[in-house]
Design a protein around this ligand. Sequence first.
Ligand SMILES: *Cc1c(COP(=O)(O)O)cnc(C)c1O
Length: 355
Amino acid sequence: MMATMDIPVTKVQKSRLPEVDFDNLPFGKVFTDHMLEADYENGEWKNVQIKPYGPLTFTPAMAVLHYGQAIFEGIKAYKDAAGNAYIFRPYDNFKRFNVSAQRMQMPEVPEEIFVDGMAKLISLDKDWVPSKEDNALYIRPFMISTDELIGVRPSDKYKFLIILSPSGPYYNAPMRLMVEEKYVRAAEGGAGYAKAAGNYGAAMFPTAQAKMGGYDQVLWTDATEHKYVQECGTMNVFFIIGDTAITPDLSQGTILAGVTRMSVITLLKDMGLKVEERPLGIDEIVAAYKEGQLKEIFGTGTAATISYVQELKYNDIEMKFSTDSWKTAAKVKERLTDIRVARAEDVYNWMYPVK
Ligand SMILES: *Cc1c(COP(=O)(O)O)cnc(C)c1O
């Protein structure tokens, strides 16, 4: 680990905190007083600073606007009943961010900027961390290429930022999913495992098509056969078949390695379930449904935590569920929430305290 860095802070003259209605927080629309900013130039990170949240200036030739070298992360911070703030598993997001950076030919961000800088920023804006149940401080680190140049090549300059958004719950209603058989989110050898901006832009058209048909999201399948399920929206998926939890494995590089996914696997095992990470074919899912063995389907992700799937459509087959009676998804969600707000002991050291 590098020596801690002294990050200069410029504070706002007047906080916007009194204007925020913490009883009715939307998701991702309110931003805190400050942000972290750092520049990469001549092979090193410099100008690391915390300053008032506000607009950036750039020219129309900024590289990211044309060639899309852009990556991001999503992390949450919570408050316990005593008012202490904690970040959930920031080191896992830090590692994943640099995996994305490598795939997009961008420089890695050091821990002292990503993790220590994040903690310092949240410490400054600590009063913005919501304490209401199901609310959290959503943390958005991201990096963009900033060369002023028209030409397809990796940029020499980059900007890394962290912005913070106190947020209410994300998806509440159980989802209706459609198995996607035409469009593809990620293929082997592609960038599906990276949290790279373009992956999300490319998913918008197929998702909009599914919405016109009355669905909330598509369940992506593999690019070759459209037979094996991958994930949906910004969530990994779990299927409870009999007494086994099955989630697609990460070996093809086509699925985002969710931190929530990883946490849920740990908690399901704690709960005594058998967990399998392996290719899961849609035929197996349909067969299990017909035999009455498909008990629950849920998505996992930082934004929504656990989202129930109330309907899964595949061709003419409509698999429907009454999510009210589900035990496993409800229990794993409760366990995760309890750890996050310090109602349960943090046995895995997932919570990073903000001083
Ligand atoms: C962010 C994301 C997830 C969930 O990852 P978490 O670390 O659990 O938030 C899953 N799939 C995709 C495509 C994502 O972008």
